[in-house]
Design a protein around this ligand. Structure first.
Ligand code: HEC
Length: 217
């Protein structure tokens, strides 16, 4: 009875889809500390976690705005205007880190600046997860043993059209990129690809020794 089988198959398919969503929700739940539970369990205040999310959203918007303002220019971009996209984003990331007592990095497996290569197993795993699961935008992880106590927040960076001027084909990269980044790997991207991620380490300031806090200031 094919006409009965069809709805049945549909039912199975939607059950599978719901199952998949359940798994995704589990990943997201695991990734996002529930506000109440984290008061007892997380070594960092929920308000500070929320601030990290907001700061990274703003930082990402800053890059997209800079890149698209360049795209809209009718004059041929000069070397100076061409430089005004990702370098200032990196500087702003450092400034946000300093202001808040966090470490803020950009991380990419296909990096342009070698300082942005993944620096530990956790970063490599999270990049890999973002790569495989396009629907995951951000997630939390506990601090690594080397970091001590605290929380890591990771946020994906995707390629949009305005990035292509500098992260498109190898040959089409601007001259200043070819000259200044001899080991560049950050080309041949397509719109929608994962470009990298922001990595924020929020240390547990309560448990940090006073001398360390002073040094950080
Ligand atoms: C005008 C050229 C230019 C444009 C446009 C541009 N980038 Fe970049 N990008 C660079 C340069 C140069 C670097 C290396 C900066 C440094 O030395 O820290 C870089 C580095 C990065 C990094 C840090 C990781 C790494 O590879 O070193 C990310 C992430 C990144 N770009 C993403 C983007 C995204 C997303 C867009 C589009 C919204 C974009 N870029 C547009 C030139 C550009």
């Amino acid at each position: 009875m094919p006409h009965l089988l069809l709805p049945l198959r549909r039912l199975v398919r939607s059950a599978l889809a719901v199952g998949a969503l359940g798994v995704l929700a589990a990943v997201l739940l695991w990734a996002t500390p529930p506000a109440h539970a984290s008061l007892e369990r997380s070594p960092v205040e929920p308000a500070e976690l929320a601030r990290a999310v907001t700061e990274m959203e703003q930082l990402d918007r800053m890059r997209v705005a800079l890149a698209s303002s360049l795209e809209g220019q009718s004059d041929a971009p000069t070397i100076e205007t061409m430089k005004e996209v990702c370098k200032p984003v990196g500087m702003k990331a450092m400034a946000i880190g300093k202001e808040n007592g966090w470490q803020v990095r950009q991380v990419a497996s296909k990096y342009r600046n070698p300082d942005h290569a993944p620096s530990n197993g956790q970063e490599r795993e999270v990049i890999d997860l973002f790569h495989r699961q396009q629907a995951i935008t951000g997630l939390w992880q506990p601090a690594t043993t080397e970091q001590g106590t605290g929380v890591n927040y990771y946020r994906r960076i995707n390629v949009v059209r305005s990035c292509m001027a500098c992260h498109g084909t190898k040959a089409s990269r601007p001259a200043f990129v070819k000259a200044n980044y001899p080991d560049d790997k950050a080309f041949n991207f397509k719109v929608g690809d994962l470009r990298g991620m922001y990595a924020v380490f929020i240390p547990d300031k309560q448990s940090a020794p006073a001398t360390l806090v002073n040094v950080a200031d």
